[in-house]
Write a protein that binds this ligand. Structure first.
Ligand code: ADP
Length: 197
């Protein structure tokens, strides 16, 4: 029964960490980026609507993204918990998620923020763009995504910090060590918040 979110700038390794954390906590990882990419490659209606935003490094409009997540959160496999990766990214998405969860009588247990300096993110992105040839990973697009992260997603991080459910993790260094640090930090946070006071 663990409902988690992971938030981090582009290039922070958020997707990789999400998979490890989801496995550790025994919940499905739900990545909006993966769902969009899979729809784009299958040329579904949603994929066709989302493609131009992904390629341009812009956010898919909130109404499309919210509808997608709302639908996904009704699936049976997430009824006992999940790790949302890449959502919410804007303040209106965060409000929407609150009402989706409230409608089910649930709330979030913890929000993991992966932090890394911009210069390091940029260097990683250069490497990744060369290795994978992801169309949304050109450097200009990357800078646009990083800028959007600072301008919009940071606000989402502040909302969760204000609620006292933010667990910030240093995302620089060895991926395996970052996973271990994140697991330890989240477990400690969950144990403290679940202890009867
Ligand atoms: P990252 O490489 O930053 O982890 P993701 O795989 O999470 O990127 O997302 C890839 C792209 O999918 C984003 O740049 C954006 O265009 C779109 N996307 C994913 N999640 C959202 C969201 N919550 N709101 C709007 N657009 C999104």
């Amino acid at each position: 029964m663990t409902r988690l979110l992971i938030i981090g700038p582009p290039g922070s390794g958020k997707g990789t960490q999400a998979e490890h954390l989801a496995r550790h906590f025994g919940v499905p990882a739900v990545s909006t980026g993966d769902i969009f990419r899979s729809n784009v490659s299958r040329k579904t209606e949603l994929g066709n609507q989302a493609a131009e935003y992904l390629d341009g490094g812009r956010f898919v409009p909130d109404h499309l993204t919210n509808a997608l997540v709302k639908d996904r959160l009704l699936d049976g496999d997430v009824s006992h918990g999940f790790l949302l990766d890449g959502y919410p990214r804007t303040a209106p998405q965060a409000t929407e998620l609150d009402s989706m969860l409230a409608a089910q009588g649930h709330g979030l247990d913890a929000v993991i923020e992966l932090r890394a300096p911009d210069a390091e993110l940029e260097e990683r992105m250069h490497r990744r763009a060369q290795e994978q040839g992801r169309t949304d990973d050109t450097i200009d697009v990357f800078r646009r995504r990083l800028d959007l992260y600072h301008r919009q997603t940071h606000e989402v991080v502040s909302v969760y910090a204000g609620r006292g459910i933010l667990v910030s993790v240093n995302g620089s260094g060895d991926p395996g060590e970052i996973t271990a640090l994140a697991i330890a930090a989240v477990e400690q946070f969950l144990a403290a918040s679940r202890r009867p006071s």
